[in-house]
Design a protein around this ligand. Structure first.
Ligand SMILES: C[S@@+](CC[C@H](N)C(=O)[O-])C[C@H]1O[C@@H](n2cnc3c(N)ncnc32)[C@H](O)[C@@H]1O
Length: 204
């Protein structure tokens, strides 16, 4: 399936993507205040999307999509690729949908739920901004509404790695703020950027 140019966002959306400062004005202040620590910078999103969106029509999943910044920026720049976000916090899904609708991106979708409920085989490639990190002691939390623990961190990490290990050779994974050695079995870093904070991996 490909998207016709009549579905592309209007030229005036361009201003939202001119800087991280402009982009955060799609959101209320509470979300803006979390931006520095929790949402992907635009430059990183575009670079990761360039690596992931190789083939028009493919489906990319952001595992823990937060306020939707990665999917929205990626979807804007790569209108022929489909970007999906799974997010456990329903308020963040609402903000992501509002921002997406303000821009008008038919190739971007957000789902509310835990990534443990997702069928990974429905997607071709993945983006992961160390989403489980806030479970570790001493880290910045998005809010105080969830229970955080090292046990939950290990459970989620174990689940995610097992799912990614089942994916076919050629599956691409872009990780941000994840240790270079902490990869699912079979994935190899093929390129790195942003001082090793952004890693581009391929399943071999
Ligand atoms: C660091 S933020 C990244 C947000 C977004 N990917 C971005 O790059 O802007 C991580 C997000 O993952 C979500 N998250 C953490 N664990 C999750 C899980 N098990 N299932 C779904 N979402 C999860 C958090 O609620 C948070 O919004």
């Amino acid at each position: 399936m490909s998207l016709s140019s009549t579905h592309l966002p209007s030229g005036h959306s361009r201003m939202w993507f001119a800087s991280d400062y402009n982009f955060q004005h799609l959101y209320p202040q509470y979300i803006q205040a979390l931006s520095q620590v929790h949402w992907t910078p635009l430059k990183v999103a575009v670079s990761a999307a360039e690596f992931l969106a190789m083939v028009p029509g493919e489906r990319i999943l952001d595992i823990g999509s937060g306020s939707g910044k990665f999917c929205i920026a990626a979807g804007y720049h790569y209108p022929e690729t489909f970007f999906y976000g799974i997010e456990q916090r329903d308020d963040l899904v609402r903000y992501a949908n509002t921002a997406k609708e303000m821009i008008g991106l038919p190739n971007v979708s957000f789902m509310h739920g835990n990534m443990t409920e997702v069928n990974f085989s429905h997607y071709d490639h993945f983006y992961f901004f160390n989403s489980f990190y806030e479970n570790l002691p001493g880290t910045y939390k998005i809010d105080n509404k969830l229970t955080y623990s090292k046990t939950i961190y290990n459970q989620y990490r174990g689940f995610l790695f097992r799912e990614l290990e089942k994916m076919p050779a050629g599956t691409r994974l872009a990780t941000y703020h994840c240790g270079e050695e902490d990869l699912p079995a079979g994935y190899q870093i093929v390129k790195t950027a942003m001082n090793h904070l952004l890693n581009f991996c391929v399943k071999i």
